[in-house]
Design a protein around this ligand. Structure first.
Ligand code: GTP
Length: 356
């Protein structure tokens, strides 16, 4: 598909995933053993697109160090760095000098999806659209951009994060642009496609279409979604061309040790060189490389950062443990607790219950 190039926006700070995003940009966090972005890039390649431009800003150097010229993924990747983040629209405008194709497929770099991208492109062409947006239906659309369409799929209205959504169709973070539209985005200044560009294009009467489907889709922006998405990849619920038919309760990487009687379920991932103690219970846990879960500890729907340690019989549920943090024996961390990198909580130092 030489007439189509891809742009992936990866310049965000990923504040909702702090503290994990203090040391690594969100699209590089490991998911099912690979930097998250690898899953998206493989999907782009599977759709026949070879040329990809990454719009970077926050921790820009990390991307090029890892992906280089893209040849490992049979892609041709180049990078454009924003010294100051320009937002989603500004980021797209900023990479324009690197683009030569007439059709540009733009992606938010934090979406895990199963849609066949060729179908979105086919609709874009069939409708002779100026812009085609991928839309998905969700049960609670309030946190997203709501998009209403008519019977022909033409977009009527775009409402970013509204309390009273008129539809359950939301912006899935993937768009096909006619190149000329990108040229019209103001240069060198912050622009939001969601708040400025899309409403403006609709106001001008442009041909904007929505592609709706029911394939797997998840925005990986929060710890809860990150944990679910990772677990879905391991269990084969979320498809990824970068993984070879993965489908199981747990994925244990090389060099990791799992002690006797440890239970690993719910799409748990154990990173390289991590250690899981005897009798530990991991349910939907994401354990990064070199972390240690000691004997009898329980980790549920939580992320344990690089080299962090969870002590003997401690419990972490719906939590995020930063890189190198230490959770002492018998501690309990529940309901969205976030521990910053390197912080050490002494044995029994945090409890939710008194029975011990
Ligand atoms: P939060 O701070 O948690 O909201 O995360 P975020 O900074 O990643 O923002 P958001 O999830 O809204 O961004 C959606 C996608 O656009 C992500 O892949 C971001 O990396 C990317 N993005 C957001 N802002 C910018 C920007 O200013 N420049 C570029 N190049 N990409 C951006």
């Amino acid at each position: 598909m030489a007439d189509t190039e891809a742009v992936v926006l990866v310049g965000g700070k990923g504040t909702r995933l702090r503290p994990l995003t203090i040391s690594a940009p969100k699209p590089m966090l490991p998911t099912a053993g690979l930097p998250f972005l690898t899953h998206l890039l493989s999907r782009i390649r599977a759709a026949g697109i070879r040329r990809v431009v990454l719009g970077t800003s926050f921790k820009a150097e990390v991307f090029e160090e890892h992906f280089g010229d893209g040849s490992d993924l049979d892609l041709d990747i180049s990078y454009v760095v924003e010294t100051e983040p320009l937002g989603t629209g500004g980021g797209i405008r900023n990479v324009l000098p690197e683009l030569t194709a007439s059709t540009v497929m733009v992606f938010n770099g934090d979406v895990l999806g199963g849609t066949d991208l060729r179908e979105i492109l086919a609709l874009h062409r069939a409708k002779h659209a100026d812009l085609t947006m991928h839309l998905v239906r969700v049960s609670d659309p309030r946190a997203f951009g709501c998009v209403t369409t008519d019977d022909d799929g033409r977009v009527q209205e775009f409402l970013e994060k509204t309390q009273d959504p008129p539809t359950d169709q939301i912006n899935a973070g993937c768009y096909v642009f006619r190149r000329e539209l990108i040229e019209q985005i103001p240069e060198g200044q912050p622009v939001s496609v969601e708040r400025e560009t899309f409403p403006q294009l609709l106001g001008e009467g442009r041909r904007v279409y929505g592609f709706v489907d029911s394939a797997y889709w998840r925005d990986m922006g929060t710890p809860e979604d990150f944990v679910r998405g990772s677990s879905d990849l391991v269990r084969g619920i979320a498809p990824s061309p970068a993984l070879d038919g993965l489908a199981g309760e747990a994925l244990v990487h090389e060099g990791a040790g799992v002690g006797a009687g440890a239970v690993l379920v719910g799409g748990t991932v154990v990173g390289r060189g991590a250690e899981i103690g005897a009798g530990a219970r991991l349910d939907g846990a994401v354990v990064f490389d070199g972390a240690r879960i000691e004997a009898g500890a329980a980790v549920e729907r939580s992320i344990v950062g690089f080299g962090a340690r969870i002590g003997h019989r401690a419990l972490v549920r719906d939590g995020v443990i930063g890189d190198g943090a230490v959770i002492g024996a018998r501690c309990e961390l529940l309901r969205g607790a976030r521990v910053w990198p390197g912080v050490e909580i002494p044995d029994g130092g945090i409890r939710y219950s008194t029975d011990m």
